[in-house]
Design a protein around this ligand. Structure first.
Ligand SMILES: Nc1ncnc2c1ncn2[C@@H]1O[C@H](COP(=O)(O)OP(=O)(O)O)[C@@H](O)[C@H]1O
Ligand SMILES: [Mg+2]
Length: 268
């Protein structure tokens, strides 16, 4: 005998279980940190590469995972042209400047555009997180693509992420995307470590400070969303130049003031 109404028990039988995502930690690392912004061209990859190098300089074992499938930057910024080896099961990361690196750009011709559908991107991300022989790392720094799409979702829902750092310029148009990015991570319950104001200002030869993209916008956004403001990095043409040469500034010019700023971020 049952006192349940038939329509209720039928509904219970067909009850849709909320989808529980199994979060796999990346094997071979202690912490996974994403560098994100939702906006393109604000300096995510520059920050990710220099942060990775700065963490190495303070004694950590670091991996760098280029999750930008459509626009990989790590091969160029790290000056890597070789292809990763595979034993048929796992890919070996390429080691440069003592950092274990993986990028879709190692596997494809640099100038060939990736014309892939979402599920293929998701499967590439799964390969990079589960089928790369990352070895004894303290941190994997993940260089995220712009947007709030498949890559961000895959990382947030299926991979154990320890936190995200959001990089932005102080410009309104960038901050609009940043706000979307913050809301996405909050919704997906990924801890936001803090916000970085990149290309905050430029100091001219006259010693004057020029706020090219506006002033204080990133800090204001951090306060608005009750997130930590981690600090600012000014515009220095040397930053871009060294990345273009395949050796980011923290590696090539460690005594430069900007390199010291990155090292302070790493310590934080
Ligand atoms: N602090 C900085 N000073 C000068 N140029 C910078 C700085 N940060 C980034 N850049 C330049 O800005 C451009 C975009 O940076 P990138 O890291 O590729 O952005 P994203 O990964 O967000 O698309 C590159 O040309 C890079 O060299
Ligand atoms: Mg990038």
């Amino acid at each position: 005998m049952t006192d349940k109404k038939p329509e209720l028990s039928a509904a219970m039988k067909n009850k849709v279980e909320p989808k529980v995502f199994k979060k796999n930690p990346i094997i071979g690392t202690k912490f996974t940190i994403a560098i994100s912004s939702a906006k393109g061209g604000v300096g995510k990859s520059t920050f990710a590469t220099n942060l990775a190098l700065a963490l190495k300089k303070i004694g950590c074992k670091v991996g760098l995972l280029d999750a930008d499938i459509y626009g990989p930057s790590i091969p160029k910024m790290f000056g890597i042209t070789e292809k990763p080896k595979s034993d048929g099961q796992k890919l070996e990361p390429i080691i440069k400047y003592d950092i274990q690196c993986m990028s879709i750009g190692f596997l494809a011709d640099q100038q060939t555009p990736m014309i892939w559908r979402g599920p293929m991107v998701t499967s590439a991300i799964k390969t990079f997180t589960q089928k790369v022989n990352w070895k004894n790392l303290d941190f994997i720094i993940v260089d995220m693509p712009p947007g709030t799409g498949d890559t961000q979702l895959t990382f947030s829902q299926e991979i154990k992420m320890d936190g995200a750092i959001i990089v932005s310029t102080p410009q309104e148009i960038a901050l609009l995307d940043v706000k979307r990015g913050i809301k996405m991570f909050d919704k997906l319950k990924v801890k936001i470590i803090g916000l970085v104001d990149n290309m905050s200002h430029f100091v001219g030869d006259d010693g004057k400070k020029y706020s090219i993209f506006g002033e204080g916008g990133v800090k204001k956004t951090a306060n608005e969303f009750q997130k930590e403001f981690l600090g600012e990095i000014q515009i220095d043409p040397e930053v871009g130049k060294q990345s273009d040469l395949g050796s980011p500034i923290v590696e090539s010019l460690p005594e430069n003031n900007i390199s010291k700023v990155y090292i302070e971020f790493a310590k934080k």
